[in-house]
Design a protein around this ligand. Structure first.
Ligand SMILES: *Cc1c(COP(=O)(O)O)cnc(C)c1O
Ligand SMILES: [Zn+2]
Length: 559
């Protein structure tokens, strides 16, 4: 394997184009006083080498070394960051009727968030520059990740965090030996305190969105997705593929800014043929980008008093990241969207229960954003969507689980005949369980309906795959609600409905029809008055289904 190093990198002032050799950049451009430096590389040389040169390199972020700002491969601070799986979210896709939803599983970094890419490259660069002590300000995950990597390379880290960061995360920062400074204030205030401390002490401070290493590290998310997508979708006209949409929950904007540059470079190299649209999702209680975009501003209006439980993304003043992303979204399409904490927590449960992917609220925010943009028709259901699952639940926020996340069966202490008490309690449990029959010939669709219901309540589910055995099952089990598919072998859904209507015992059971096809007016007439609800298969949310079932159960109770 050839050791990948930066291909003739140099610094370039974003405002006037002034160039400098790649080293620790001056705070301001000597020409125009601008403070935004980019790195550029010898793209022609890289285009010659890639993708062949990458064959045989490990699938981690360092395989893209030609486009990372590190002079020596030996200076890498590495613990297996990057190279995370791209997962096809098939259950979610079936529910939403969107077959091309992919999850970039960034939970699988060494400290459980996509900040590991940023920390790995930033600490590598610090090491290369001979820095021995550094300061970082954070809403939690950057502090955790920078602390881990600073321990690895032996750099002393000062982590300034807002006191709103959950104690579990604080502990995680401290265990790596960082100096933890809690600031009772917002993240923006914390950043100011950290900057002032750095100035007084003359200690190196991570420059956030202005840090070259941090932004460049995020390109590797784009590169990996582009390499992984053809595994699912096959090759297009180019060796790699860009998705139609890149979704991320956004705080400071490091991710989308870096990902955007990553795809621009891949276009230069001829490896992809289009740019994805960026969907930047923010928490409603701290959504400066969303509100500023709605007002048509090119400079962000800060949110001075963030009010959200999703602390990880509570950047009130996104500064130049917004100006950058505003232009990208305005010129190339894309979206900014605000999501309530409630929607975020719901998305977190959906992803865990429907797809087995548990994540922290800051990550779930992006999925809630996807649900919203799909339902608004801004994202089409046939588009290729990649959602960055940016962080794991591991350092949990307290309110992850609802009130009744576990059920207790309490055994009476005093009763001599313990079985009686136990049976009594179990009967109570039985009575709270409601019975639902699912008649559906598509096994995957049936599994999806079952999963949604089981995840959200005490339902006992009975299933049949054709109308005839379905009717027998309904007669035998007397369910409280029937979920009915119309297209089924033997007796179809219409037949089942007619049989139920003709039967005194079954007439009262509410029926919800889920269908994949458009109904003819005649078919609609046959259904009307006999069913509770018509759900379009593959285009409902778990919430809609559950609400229908609950409503149906309630009606039934009154009968
Ligand atoms: C930092 C972070 C974000 C926001 O990322 P930015 O690109 O910096 O805005 C989202 N989710 C998680 C889990 C994070 O740690
Ligand atoms: Zn300049």
């Amino acid at each position: 394997m050839t050791v990948p190093v930066a291909a003739s990198p140099y610094l370039q002032c974003a405002d006037c184009g002034h160039q400098e050799p790649l080293a620790r950049p001056p705070l301001q451009c000597p020409h125009c006083q601008g403070d935004w430096w980019d790195v550029a590389y010898d793209y022609e040389a890289v285009a010659q080498a890639w993708p062949q040169a990458l064959e045989g390199r490990p699938f981690d972020m360092w395989r893209y070394g030609e486009l990372l700002p590190l002079h020596s491969y030996a200076n890498r601070a590495t613990m297996g960051e990057g190279g995370t799986p791209l997962l096809h979210a098939t259950n979610l896709g079936m529910m939403l009727g969107a077959p091309h939803i992919y999850v970039k599983d960034e939970r699988q970094g060494p400290t459980g968030s996509f900040k590991d890419r940023q920390a790995a490259l930033s600490l590598s660069v610090m090491k290369e520059l001979g820095i021995t002590e550094a300061i970082v300000a954070s809403t939690g995950n950057v502090a955790i990740s920078y602390s881990a990597y600073s321990a690895l390379v032996g750099i002393k880290m000062w982590a300034f965090v807002t006191s709103l960061v959950p104690p579990e995360k604080m502990r995680e920062v401290a265990i790596y030996g960082s100096e933890v400074v809690k600031v009772t204030g917002t993240y923006d205030q914390t950043k100011k305190v950290a900057a002032e401390f750095a100035r007084r002490q003359g200690i190196f401070i991570d420059r956030g969105i202005r840090s070259i290493a941090a932004r460049e590290s995020m390109k590797t998310v784009a590169f990996e997705i582009a390499e992984q997508l053809p595994l699912f979708l096959g090759k297009g006209d180019t060796p790699w593929r860009a998705p139609d949409w890149y979704f991320q929950s956004v705080s400071g904007g490091m991710g989308p800014v870096g990902v955007w540059k990553g795809y621009q470079e891949l276009i230069k190299l001829g490896l992809v043929d289009r740019m994805p649209r960026l969907a930047c999702i923010q928490a409603e209680g701290c959504a400066p980008m969303v509100w500023s975009y709605q007002k048509g501003l090119q400079v962000a209006e800060p949110v001075l008093h963030p009010y959200t439980r999703v602390i990880t993304v509570a950047t009130g003043n996104p500064g130049p990241a917004y100006t950058f992303l505003e232009r990208v979204v305005r010129e190339h399409g894309g979206a900014f969207a605000a999501i309530s904490d409630e929607e975020t927590f719901r998305a977190m449960h959906v992803m865990a229960k429907l797809n087995g992917i548990s994540m922290e609220p800051a990550a779930a925010l992006a999925f809630a954003g996807l649900f919203k943009l799909l339902s608004e028709g801004i994202v089409r259901r046939d588009e290729i969507v990649v959602v960055n699952c940016s962080g794991h639940t591991f350092p949990v926020e307290k309110h992850l689980l609802g009130k009744e996340w576990a059920r207790t069966v309490e055994l009476p202490q005093e009763t001599p005949v313990i079985e009686d008490g136990l049976l009594g309690t179990l009967e109570q449990l039985d009575r709270s369980v409601q019975r639902i029959a699912i008649l559906e010939d598509d096994a995957n669709a049936a599994r999806l309906l079952r999963r949604i219901l089981q995840a959200r309540g005490d339902y006992q589910i009975f299933e049949a795959t054709d109308g005839r055995s379905g009717l027998e099952m309904i007669r035998r089990e007397r369910p409280d609600v029937v979920l009915l598919d119309l297209m089924m072998p033997e007796v179809d859904g219409f037949g089942v409905l007619e049989a139920m209507r003709a039967d005194q015992e079954l007439q009262g059971i509410p029926v919800i029809v889920a269908t994949a096809q458009e109904l003819t007016p005649n078919e609609r007439a046959r259904l009307s008055g006999h069913i509770r609800m018509l759900l379009q298969k593959g285009a409902f949310s778990d919430e809609e289904l559950l609400q229908e079932v609950l409503d149906a159960l309630e009606t039934n109770g009154h009968d």
